[in-house]
Design a protein around this ligand. Structure first.
Ligand code: PLP
Length: 389
């Protein structure tokens, strides 16, 4: 039996071997990538190699990759009213976001709160394209932000269809692909995204690195968050996190080389877990099960359970899962994602997210199922009907 089962990959993925090696080797380099001497040029070469690898993961050109301190910063960098193709003058006056975005998008970046509008999602957790189209018909110069896959439910959003609507209305589309990258293909052109956000640690690279990636070079980020030394072509000042970026590049390359194979294996484990869960608890609700989801994610609730107590019991049994987004664990607030999907607040209180990854084993899934069986058996009598021995 595995000692601990880490099944919280959407919170953060374990460090990949390739990323660790690249980050350690880069950490041994002394040069500042902005220096012109040999040491500096060697550090610069590592960054540029990582830029090529990260660009390749989303089919972009490397000059359009801006390294940041993570997905949060990349999202905030994108959400600015002064974002336009060169030649565009008037500021963006509306920010349209789906109701299930990560808090770093929900906070609206540098848009005034009154300019931010939420687009509803269906009960299955997909953004309502009809609502988006109606809102886009309201005029103005919109910036739209829709995630490619939701961090809590794994539901994949109809981004390509949204992109067509957004562009027809003269808008710009930002896509937070933090959870999707490395799990499903994320080609910036097929998605129709103008900007894509990635986070290194979700791919198995060190934490504290991310990227905002432009589809076209002429999309101008006129409002950098970090000003100073002019690094990242003026879009993000500050000496680069060379070790983290090198790890990011190595993880991106490893992920890209094995994407289909890893996804096929992981979806097999996830589907087995869900089948066993349904056999154990016939009244379980698996959120977003009716639509296309990431291969690695399952979010579910069983009536009568409470996620906070279940998480502790699972942790004591050696199983690490989440009650939703990692950044909101510890808080008792209901998930904004489940509430946008119209999930009853009592049921939502029991929501557990299990997320797997390329190195998850059958044994870890069994470990979770055994621990969950004990959680459910501890529920008040009458509730345990239908639980398999
Ligand atoms: N966007 C989504 C969908 C996420 O799930 C996360 C992290 O959980 C982020 C953005 C933030 O990324 P980072 O942790 O790199 O700041």
């Amino acid at each position: 039996m595995a000692e601990r089962a880490y099944l919280d990959w959407n919170a953060t993925a374990p460090l990949r071997r390739e990323a660790r090696a690249a980050a350690l080797a880069a950490g041994d380099l002394v040069g500042n990538p902005s220096s012109v001497h040999g040491e500096g040029r060697r550090a610069r070469a590592l960054i540029e190699e990582a830029r090529r690898r990260v660009a390749a993961l989303v089919g972009a050109e490397s000059r359009n990759v801006i390294f940041t301190s993570g997905g949060t910063e990349a999202n905030l960098l994108a959400l600015s009213p002064v974002l336009d193709h060169h030649g565009g003058k008037a500021p963006r006056d509306r920010l349209l976001i789906s109701a299930i975005e990560h808090p770093s998008v929900r906070c609206g970046g540098r848009f005034p709160p009154g300019a931010v509008e939420e687009i509803a999602v269906s009960a299955a957790g997909e953004v309502e394209l009809g609502v988006l189209e109606r809102r886009l018909g309201g005029g103005g110069r919109p910036l739209v932000s829709i995630m490619l896959a939701n961090n809590e439910t794994g539901v994949i959003q109809p981004v390509a269809a949204a992109a067509e609507m957004v562009h027809r209305a003269g808008g710009i589309l930002h896509v937070d692909a933090v959870q999707a990258a490395g799990k499903i293909p994320c080609d910036i052109r097929s998605l129709g995204a103008d900007l894509v956000t990635l986070s290194a640690h979700k791919l198995g690279a060190p934490k504290g690195v991310g990227a905002l990636i432009k589809r076209e070079e002429d999309l101008h980020l006129a409002d950098p968050l970090m000003r100073g030394g002019g690094q990242e072509r003026g879009a993000r000042a500050g000496t680069e996190n060379v070790a983290g970026i090198a790890g990011f590049g190595a993880a991106a390359a490893a992920v890209q080389a094995n994407l289909a194979e890893e996804a096929a294996r992981v979806v097999g484990l996830r589907d087995r877990l869900e089948a066993a869960l349904r056999a154990m608890c016939p009244d379980v609700t698996v959120f977003g099960a009716a639509v296309t989801r990431l291969p690695n994610t399952t979010a579910f609730a069983v009536p009568g359970t409470r996620a906070d107590t279940a998480l502790i019991a699972l942790d004591l049994a050696g199983v690490a899962v989440s009650s939703g987004a990692a950044c909101s664990s510890g808080k008792v607030a209901a998930s904004h994602v489940l509430s946008a999907m119209g999930v009853d607040s009592g049921l939502a209180r029991g929501a557990i997210r299990v997320s797997l990854g390329f190195s998850t084993t059958d044994e870890e899934v069994n470990c979770f199922l055994d621990a969950w069986n004990k959680v459910v058996r501890a529920l008040p009598k009458g509730r345990t009907d239908g639980i398999a021995a």
